[in-house]
Design a protein around this ligand. Sequence first.
Ligand SMILES: Cc1cc2nc3c(=O)[nH]c(=O)nc-3n(C[C@H](O)[C@H](O)[C@H](O)COP(=O)(O)O)c2cc1C
Length: 268
Amino acid sequence: MSWIFRADKNGDGMKCYLDNVDTVERNLKDAGCDETLVKEFIKLIKTGERKRQLRMLEKHRSNLLEEIHKNEKKIECLDYLVCQMEKKMGKKIVVLSTSPRMGGNSEMMADAFIRGAAEAGHEAEKIHLYDKKIEFCKGCLACQHTGACVIRDDAAVIVEQMRQADVLVFATPIYFYEMSGQMKTLLDRTNPLFPGEYAFRDIYLLAASADEEASSMDGAVKGLEGWISCFEQAHLSGVIRGAGADKKGEIENVPEALNAAYEFGRNV
Ligand SMILES: Cc1cc2nc3c(=O)[nH]c(=O)nc-3n(C[C@H](O)[C@H](O)[C@H](O)COP(=O)(O)O)c2cc1C
């Protein structure tokens, strides 16, 4: 379509413009007027009935506006459907169990979260680090240019899974009032994600400590917050402090922590 908006070049006003019937006709057609309207309008140029002409243009304009509103309504209906479908589809959750102790307290919290998430229709995958080979970041920063790490070990696959997840859940034991070394090592190895796109938005932390004070998790929370601050679209959506669980399985004595993990999963 060509956009004309032709006016008379002489600046003589309406009379001169309307004298150029070809230009008027092209403008009317470009404005979407049908043949009948165009013919009628041009007939009225000769009789000089300007008021009727203006009424015709106003009518056509209001028809166009109505069409726009109808289309806006169609778009709103489509957006509503998409929104409802996305709600139903369920989120992709990656749960990182970072304790070296298989089936330990933090992993039990992770399992409770997964149970809740599965019941709510989400797709949750647990990745435990106790059987993975993940070396320390070398700090070469090659990944900032290439998007990939120079080290060939299990981190590459895990980091890619993290990149694609909507939700990340970190389960960790408290070691010397911090997150586990395994978790910190993995976080450092996510540096290839830093310059690019990532899907994750909600991050959860599930921590277990022998200490009964909730504050025993503060170091781990702060550490994870530091990592999250480097991924602007993500935020810490919840922390569960499984305090007062030392030996394997003792988290069962802290049912409120397991229940809270389950509820987080259900409401993720
Ligand atoms: C090396 C090491 C350091 C620990 N440091 C702390 C600590 O600083 N504070 C604490 O409350 N518990 C500490 N603990 C106890 C663990 O946090 C506790 O046993 C926790 O339940 C382990 O979780 P897991 O079963 O998921 O591995 C430590 C345990 C180990 C092995």
